[in-house]
Design a protein around this ligand. Structure first.
Ligand code: C2E
Ligand code: MG
Ligand code: MG
Ligand code: MG
Length: 292
């Protein structure tokens, strides 16, 4: 009996595993078509000057609206995109689409804010990325300061020599480099010092329990001091409460981003949705900041 059960259990497991492998393979296959089928879309999350405005930038965050798999955030398909190399064409699409949209906003008068694009490690392994960015800026008539490229410490650590060369070339174009999820990687301060970075984003992990009387306050304070010493602008990500908002401001954080101030939304509803979520009074204030 036990043997029989064990067998069935094994078969069941094998079956479930096959189904999962098949789903992953199907996902990757479908992702290959996603660009051509117009299934990829960028949502945008605002960055605000601390404590509550004006808006100084927008971060582009990719989503995949698949007829087969439904609406997906990047955790569902970025790993496949990265392991298959599809992240290169997808990443190029993101850069171009974000620049195209930024040009539209810029022409509408929102020309004092920038758009940020996240980069994967694989993208930084290709020197051709510099040409892609340069061309996108030219085609969409943006000034380089209107584009920010967000990398993580680990992204930059992956074949550090090539990454550093690509980053230096990107920086030479005049675009800003931002270090995302700071504090979660393993890069040395020596390496960090070499990066041509203009912005440092404190990882949400240090923000979540901030203002609850733990070590996070001291850590955040130290990160702010470090970033400022290296001449970087400091952004806190994942700000969800007004306590975090005021403490971060008090600690000298320049820029705030998080659900409290604005969630990622599709481009077409961005300016209206910021208003809707803030409530009318703040919205009126913000509208002044957002409207040219
Ligand atoms: P990230 O760049 O660190 O972006 C922040 C993530 O946290 C986003 O998740 C955002 O929706 C979420 N977030 C923002 N504010 C809050 C908050 O107050 N609370 C909480 N709980 N979450 C918040 P999302 O959009 O799922 O993106 C996840 C990650 O995927 C990004 O992390 C980024 O590393 C990557 N990613 C997104 N778009 C792209 C892209 O176009 N290319 C590449 N290579 N990576 C991307
Ligand atoms: Mg980011
Ligand atoms: Mg981040
Ligand atoms: Mg992240």
């Amino acid at each position: 009996h036990a043997k029989q059960q064990g067998r069935n259990g094994y078969r069941f497991f094998e079956h479930a595993m096959n189904a999962d492998v098949q789903l992953q393979m199907q996902l990757q296959q479908d992702l290959r078509q996603a660009i051509d089928n117009n299934e990829l879309v960028l949502h945008y999350q605002p960055k605000f000057k601390a404590p509550n405005g004006p808006m100084i930038g927008l971060e582009a965050l990719i989503r995949w609206q698949s007829p087969e798999h439904g609406f997906m955030t990047p955790d569902r398909f970025l790993p496949q995109a990265e392991s298959s190399g599809l992240i290169v064409p997808i990443g190029n699409w993101v850069i171009n689409e974000a620049c195209r949209q930024m040009k539209v906003w810029s022409d509408q008068g929102h020309n004092d804010c920038s758009v940020a694009v996240n980069l994967s490690a694989v993208q930084l392994q290709h020197i051709s990325l510099v040409e892609v960015v340069d061309t996108a800026l030219e085609v969409h008539e943006l000034t380089p300061t209107q584009l920010v490229l967000e990398i993580t410490e680990s992204t930059a650590m992956h074949d550090a020599e090539t990454s550093l060369k690509v980053l230096n070339n990107l920086s030479a174009l005049g675009v800003s480099i931002s270090i995302d999820d700071f504090g979660t990687g393993y890069s040395s301060l020596l390496y960090l010092k070499q990066l041509p970075a203009n912005e440092l984003k404190i990882d949400r992990g240090f923000i979540t329990e901030l203002a609850q009387g733990n070590d996070d306050e001291a850590i955040v304070q130290a990160i702010i001091a470090l970033g400022k010493t290296l001449g970087m602008r400091i952004v806190a990500e994942g700000v969800e409460t007004s306590e975090q908002q005021s403490l971060l401001t008090q600690l000298g954080c320049d820029t705030l981003q998080g659900y409290l101030l604005g969630k990622p939304v599709p481009a077409e509803v961005l300016f209206t949705s910021v208003k809707a979520e803030l409530g009318e009074e703040l919205a009126a204030e913000k509208a002044v900041a957002l409207t040219p």
